[in-house]
Design a protein around this ligand. Sequence first.
Ligand code: PMP
Ligand code: GLN
Length: 379
Amino acid sequence: FRSKLPRVGTTIFTKMSRLAEEHQAINLAQGFPEFDCAPELQKLVGKYIARGKNQYAPMAGVMALREAIAKKVFAATAKEYHPETEITITSGATEALYVALSTVVHPGDEVIVFEPAYDSYVPCIELNGGIPVFVTLHPQYEGIDWQDVRSKISPRTKAVIINTPHNPTGNVWKLSDLHQLADIAGQHDLMVISDEVYEHIIFDGREHISAASIPALAERTFLCGSFGKTFHTTGWKLGYCLAPKELTAEFRKIHQFLVFSVVTPIQFAIAEYLENPEHYLTLSAFYQRKRDLFVHAIQDIGFGLRPSEGSFFQNVSYENLTGENDRELAERLTIEAGVASIPVSVFYDQITNYQTLRFCFAKNDDTLLRAAELLSKVV
Ligand code: PMP
Ligand code: GLN
């Protein structure tokens, strides 16, 4: 038997969550909230189940939800996406990313990937016969070297995948970055896959700049989003993809044979919940307080860190504390300190030790304080 993904094993998230459970460690590894979603949202799901919204949704998604997304995106970006032809509801951003990449990548095509990169991108490219070409950034990088990006473009480059706010670094793209990308993509006729799942978790007054807000990018972009992060519902696996009509038509050809359609009552519930923008516009303040609490609690340990600009992750470097490899340290801290994290080197292709750990701060305050205390005793 010949594996299609010979270099892939179990994901680091499964591995670290399992290790955390085995050692009853606090799990700051896998990114998911410790707290529940709003009772109002839970009630809405119950309401639509009781109303019999329990059979297949339309292939492209429940129209009320597509309309609610169009309205929300228009308010933020002034870009109009047509619910009928340009919005597709997916099984999480994971499915949206897979289908978008599958839509554009033919065997031999190259896709520019900024690393560290979320772990699903490269397998999605490789399963479709594509070749990832890496632009390598330090885990606590301050800016992108666009000359380096240009140097990676070849006649075979087909697409670029971007992610802002970024997992795992917590970095946020500036308007100038998006303009640089628009120039390069226009010049070389590249498709863009924009992973914006942390769009509503952004700090210190920064604004999320969506690829949708720049017309020269929007016309060539598959924008992938998720409600998992925004509403504390990672287990519902509800996401979406926005793309121009012709691209959406191709996207849906694949979506319809991968899942056909996704969970019906939850689509109705989220459509109704989206009517009140406060339900998502308050999220940044909620997480900024948690970031500050966590950064403050670990400040005396001696980690090197820049406060996260967005997402619910904080990266820390530890090269002045220990020479250990980050994979070994993440395991040792899970076992000895009782705190699980993610070694950032797993998000790189070749680099096996960047001496950086990623902590998820989507946890209750007392959990974050306890984790900091446990870490301070062992690191
Ligand atoms: N992209 C990034 C950057 C993520 O962090 C995640 C979830 N952890 C996803 C995509 C997948 O989102 P979903 O859970 O909606 O499939
Ligand atoms: N996106 C989450 C993270 O980065 C995990 C998602 C998963 O477990 N696949 O931690």
